[in-house]
Design a protein around this ligand. Structure first.
Ligand SMILES: Cc1ncc(COP(=O)(O)O)c(C=O)c1O
Length: 418
């Protein structure tokens, strides 16, 4: 056998759709300025699928600072990993400001959120420790746990009774091994928009001894009175022991950070392998992130605009009878019943006839028979965009319920899956 044989035979769970879906549903090209309207396949579309929550991606000051930093420093500087030759006062300054913003003693930058998360988990636990995690955890959390030699227990998404059961099991184990327990949840769940049950999880600290780690990729910058995150929203910052945020969403950049007690961050600084053994964030990313953070702190209007659009969109869709599940964040999932074929038809109708571009999630990511259209409102959307979209969704819902898409299925164009 040749290790390359699988490439022709088994493309993997997502790759199986490549032939039919690539270029349209998967790897679509969105062109033009990052905004509420972009070009897809030569036509302008109303875009609801960018995590550019605060609209900072195209903010003139951000663009200016990004460009100036690239001119002054280039993309190469600093060369090397932080520990060896990639450390600067700008990196330190950003860490200081991030820690203060999320109400922690200390913070450390991550050159990518995903790898950072993997290494935080890897560094934080050893074979004596037990991880207890939410079943809805993002792939980066799962990959971090794959490196863990000790036990790990999963509880069904946000199910506190089960979490308690798993904490009892974990406690029995660590009493024998002499290890500790790390509970991992997300702040905002990026697909369904619901929140990790932080208040109840924190309350369990009265009964069990554990440390709480949250991945707040979608909550940082969007949730809480100052945008400091989902733990700020719940008023439990002091009880969340480790806080992870990415720059890839509300900050419209790349990279991320972890924040915690000073000694914990110092330990991570020396033990997160993806940071110790990989190049540090380039200067334009660091200087650009300082600018973004300044705007998040000093221009609350971006968050206010975001939430104005979120409320208008979510209320409008609900009034038309659309099911948005349990979202309590900007993430707006529209759940409809239908086959994979109907889902692709409906999405095609939205894109081609209504010029609305949003992401579609189907089985196996969601249960069979469900399609999830995921809308991400941003500060740069308008109330007109919302009205137009709400009307369009009411129409496609009607068509779906009246079997319009299953009839259309006979004329599926080549590039469509299903
Ligand atoms: C919940 C969650 N955690 C972590 C990440 C990874 O972050 P990054 O894109 O910075 O690698 C993402 C996605 O981007 C995410 O949605």
């Amino acid at each position: 056998m040749d290790v390359f044989d699988k490439c022709a035979v088994n493309m993997g769970p997502l790759g199986i759709y490549a032939q039919q879906a690539e270029g349209y549903y998967m790897f679509p090209k969105l062109e033009g300025e990052l905004s509420n309207r972009m070009i897809f396949q030569g036509k302008e579309r109303l875009v609801w699928s960018l995590n550019n929550y605060l609209g900072l991606g195209n903010h003139p000051e951000v663009r200016k600072v990004d460009a100036e930093a690239a001119k002054d420093w280039g993309l190469a500087y600093p060369m090397g990993a932080r520990m060896m030759s990639g450390h600067t006062s700008y990196h330190e300054e950003l860490e200081k400001q991030l820690a203060a913003f999320v109400g922690r003693e200390s913070a450390y930058l991550l050159n990518y959120g995903y790898q950072g998360m993997v290494s935080i988990i890897n560094a934080m636990v050893d074979r004596k420790d037990v991880i207890v995690y939410d079943g809805g955890a993002h792939a980066c959390i799962i990959d971090g746990m794959r490196l863990h030699f000790g036990k790990r227990f999963v509880y069904p998404h946000n199910n506190m009774e089960n979490l308690e059961k798993e904490l009892k099991r974990a406690t029995r184990i660590v009493e024998k091994t002499g290890g500790g327990i790390l509970v991992i949840t997300e702040g905002v769940y990026g697909m369904a928009g619901d929140l990790g049950n932080l208040k109840d999880i924190v309350a369990l600290k009265k009964k069990f001894k554990f440390r709480l780690f949250i991945d707040d990729a979608h909550g940082f910058g969007t949730m809480g009175p100052t945008g400091a995150g989902t733990d700020e929203h719940f008023g439990v910052q002091d009880e969340v022991d480790l806080y992870f945020g990415t720059f890839a969403k509300s900050m419209a950049g790349i990279g991320g950070f972890v924040a915690a007690r000073k000694d914990v961050i110092k330990y991570l600084q020396y033990n997160m392998r993806s940071q110790v053994y990989a190049k540090s964030l380039p200067m334009p990313m660091v200087i650009g992130s300082l600018k973004r953070l300044e705007l998040i702190k000093n221009e609350p209007e971006h968050r206010e605009n975001l939430w104005k659009i979120v409320h208008a969109l979510q209320n409008g869709l609900k009034e038309k009878g659309l099911n948005l599940g349990l979202t309590q964040s900007p993430v707006t999932p529209v759940m409809l019943n239908g086959t994979v074929g109907e889902a692709t038809q409906l999405t095609y109708d939205l894109r081609e006839n209504y010029n609305i571009f949003c992401s579609i999630v189907i089985y196996p990511v969601v249960p069979k028979g469900i399609m999830l259209l995921r809308l991400i409102p941003t500060a740069v959307h308008t109330l007109e965009d919302v009205d137009y979209t709400v009307k369009a969704f009411a129409e496609v819902k009607y068509k779906l319920e009246n079997k319009k898409y299953s009839e259309d299925l006979k004329e599926v164009p080549n590039h469509q899956p299903g």
